[in-house]
Design a protein around this ligand. Structure first.
Ligand code: FES
Length: 231
């Protein structure tokens, strides 16, 4: 489960995402922004379609939990699965922490979406994550996404739609990610916000590390500067 063992997609030249988009990319951004309203309407209208629901109860994976510390046994979490844990930061402050075990296909989508130039902060320049997660995967180890699942608009909890084209109302540009049901913000599978969303920033990544040959996750708190909708 180490970095070396993962079959990662080629990263390519991500600096392209910081350049002024070509005219066709501007049009794509316009189409995506225009489509966000359709997503909310579609998600509301199609009642039978539901976001991916993890079958793994948090208590099966959580080992210990207490103020400012969450310890998770990662072994039961299957590829593609997301598990949510109520992180207790203070006696009266709870924020949901999600852990996603990303597949090689999901990691490839984080490269592919950068070619669409629809991410507001593709290289995580804003301090919404610790320095070790300031990369396109927004994580210490690409396979594992560890993130506060709080929309940076008005703090609702986004839903997990991991499959390409799975989100009602979205078209081919949807490669999997998170959708906020409150006002329609959308994020990719690294919590990077998509242009046109009311949310101003990527979702926050907490401070964490791995132990026991990367089979145990220890979340130790929010990352200092990150603040929107966290506690
Ligand atoms: S709270 Fe998520 S879009 Fe408004």
């Amino acid at each position: 489960m180490s970095d070396e063992k993962q079959d990662l997609p080629p990263i390519g030249d991500h600096e392209d995402s910081l350049r002024e988009p070509a005219p066709d990319m501007k049009r794509r951004r316009f189409l995506v922004a225009g489509g966000l309203g359709a997503i909310s309407a579609g998600a509301a209208a199609i009642g039978l379609i539901t976001p991916f629901v993890s079958s793994l109860a948090p208590t099966q994976a959580a080992m210990t939990q207490g103020p400012n510390k969450l310890v998770v046994d990662l072994k039961p979490i299957k590829p593609g699965q997301m598990v949510t844990f109520p992180y207790l930061a203070e006696p009266h402050a709870i924020a949901p922490v999600v852990v996603v075990r990303r597949t090689p296909e999901m990691l490839a989508s984080l490269i592919k979406i950068m070619d669409q130039h629809i991410l507001r902060d593709p290289l995580s320049q804003q301090p919404q994550q610790p320095p070790y997660a300031t990369n396109i995967y927004r994580s210490r180890k690409p396979e594992w996404l560890v993130m506060f699942n709080k929309c940076t608009h008005l703090c609702c909890v986004p839903q997990y739609w991991p499959e390409p084209r799975s989100l009602p109302g979205a078209k081919d540009w949807w490669l999997g990610g998170f959708h906020c049901p409150c006002h329609g913000s959308v994020y990719d599978l690294a919590g990077r916000v998509i242009i046109g969303s009311p949310a101003p920033q990527n979702m926050a990544v907490p401070d964490y590390h791995f132990e026991e040959a990367d089979t145990r996750l220890v979340v130790t708190g929010k990352y200092g500067p990150s603040g929107i909708c966290i506690f």
